[in-house]
Design a protein around this ligand. Sequence first.
Ligand SMILES: [Zn+2]
Length: 526
Amino acid sequence: MRTVNKNYKHMKKLLIVLLLMPALFSAAQTAPQKREKKSKTDAGTFAKTITADDLKKHLYIVAGKEMEGRETATPGQKKAAAYIEDQFRSLGLTPGNHGDYQLQYPVYQDSLTNTSIEINGKTFDLDKDFSVNVGQTSPSVYRFSEIVFVGNGVVDSARDDYKGLDVRGKAVLLLPAPAPQGQGQGRGGFGNQFARIDAAQKNGAVAVLVIGTNFPRQQKTNPKGNMYLSAFQRVIRPNQFQVSEQIAQAIMGNDYATAKSGTIVPKTYTANLMLSFNKATTNLQSSDVLGVLEGTDLKDEYVFVTGHYDHLGKRGDSIIYYGADDDGSGTVSVLEIAEAFTKAKAAGNGPRRTMIFMTVSGEEKGLWGSQYYTEHPVFPLEKTTVDLNIDMIGRIDASRKQGDSTNYVYVVGDDKVSTDLKPISEAVNKKYTRMELDYKFNDPKDPNRIYFRSDHYNFARKGVPIIFYYDGMLGADYHRPTDTPDKIYYDLLAKRAQLVFYTSWEMANRNDMLKRDIPLDAPRGF
Ligand SMILES: [Zn+2]
């Protein structure tokens, strides 16, 4: 489960895809084979092979020390991928990516090589006098002979600090962020800062110096920037430096004290300013792991069962983010569900549709693995009837421990793309598992916005019906090193994994693909 969502900018594309869907699907629904295959053996025989013991055995490996927290594009992630690939191979699943089990995708990471600020020949140092965001800054050496002081640099409905100033192609100097005023200031200081950089950019500034009062910095700049998925950006932002009051004085002289005390006069200052920033970009790789169990008479249609195997990695050598529930629990469930299907096939009860078991990485970074897959699908998305995604199903929501039922799972998204799906999901549960299917997190008004926070969402935004299974663990151990395998309720994990198995069994064997009859919903309320 990822922390925050940044995906909403993709939504317009979705709507277009959606409008094209009915035409694609009317063809799919007239499948030639209409006979319902009579099961020789009931699904229950194979569901029983999904056991608490097997899940536990896998999870102590996947969420063990060896895997180092499975951070995307690190050795720990690659070890986890290798383990999953081995399991798929020994189950007899075939490789899901043109002969390979792993679908590699590129990941980028910046590291700072050097940066400095020089004013009239005097050099200022990183962390002592300025700071910079390694990921968001472009390599450059700028030499300016003029700097424009624009006060707070605020542009909103009530004021325009750039009025009468020409800052195109120039460096601007801004006072510390003003305190947020009432409603409409967004996320307080941060939102305000973003808006101020935006205003500088819209006015044409190429570099922004923001004065800060907290220098020298206690926390040193991390020379490694965050990883990112695309090396190309739609918009290059102005380079932004947080600078000390000493730097402000070196540019403005005594005017800075006057401006700080409240008498703000926008003005262009003459000074030789050099802003230098350089970084190296490393190309890394991460992967999704795909195992395939071929179907019988409907083998050109696909059922996906997914979970993410990446987590948050480690800090230093001693602190490991084990990610046992998030999402070791989903990863080992995918393995066990795959095993149940292979046993069924060996007993002459193979699925009619082709089963794709996919564990993805990059989830914690921003749903990257599922984004990459759905933008480069190996199996046609229009022939993919459903994605059943599992992210955190081994724990109990703390608020339920005093409540009436711990025999539950949160179900999200089953009513978002196809009206077929929810009744089937409920009927399967009623027949086999009899858990409480709790739709609390499916409420669009729920502030946790769970629907947008795991990999099923990338399938849904392409029009593939989805169900997301989730335990509601957002308490003390969420995204902490204490999310460990000893805290998992293995019997409950097995039962939830069995529910996903039964549901995928039904998806694989029913006559028709799920119809896609609900318009895709653009996310609201951001
Ligand atoms: Zn997570």
